[in-house]
Design a protein around this ligand. Sequence first.
Ligand code: ARG
Length: 244
Amino acid sequence: MKKTLFAALFAACAFVSSANAEKLRFGTEATFAPFEFTDKESNIIGYDVDIIKAIAEVEGFEVEIVNLPFDSLVPSVLTSQIDGAIAAMTITPERAKQVAFSDPYYKSGISAVIRKDDVEKYVSLDDLATQRLCAQIGSTGSNVATKISGKVGNYNTVPEEFMELNAKGCEAVINDRPVNLYFLKQMKEDAFVEIKELYNGEDYGIVVNKKNQELLKKINSGLAKIKANGKFKEIHVKWFKVEE
Ligand code: ARG
């Protein structure tokens, strides 16, 4: 009897707390598999989605994921259209002047993908020095492409970059390496390959408004908790099939 009453009270509390839980809007750009992309029913899924949901769960808030163009994420946080952004976003000094970044949660780097027919032509990134390159608007990949050749076609989405590469509108796609590798793995025929040389040393962080230090604290505390309780590792294995 006592147990049932306790269970009922607990259920009622859980109901009240979930009904009252604050719902926060996080922006992303969902053509960046495996970090954020859409399934057949147009649900936004991926590593980042699982990470922010796991943080929300341990910190007691709810999350709504909003799909936006990548280059509008920082401005949308600044104008409070969204509470934060989780979008495989590299922590850079320029961005950190505008918005606050969480502790780093993923180590990444940039790589180039070329058409398979060109493997002998483009062996290193230097070989691309005079070529037109494809990248995502506002991304660190686009900055790297500017450094390599300065001739950059910027696109809103990753599929557009690869379509352009396929159509010979550019000679290489410059993107985050895990995204390039995931894309190559998903492709049925191996029309594209990665150049072996890399730009390494990028860390992803979750973005919030600098004015919202309370949310920043919650995110960092949530990250630490999911690292400690094994959830972080579980999400990593789910999307990358290997432990970090
Ligand atoms: N890591 C790169 C950057 O921060 C690319 C991120 C693109 N993310 C996305 N969801 N499209 O610039």
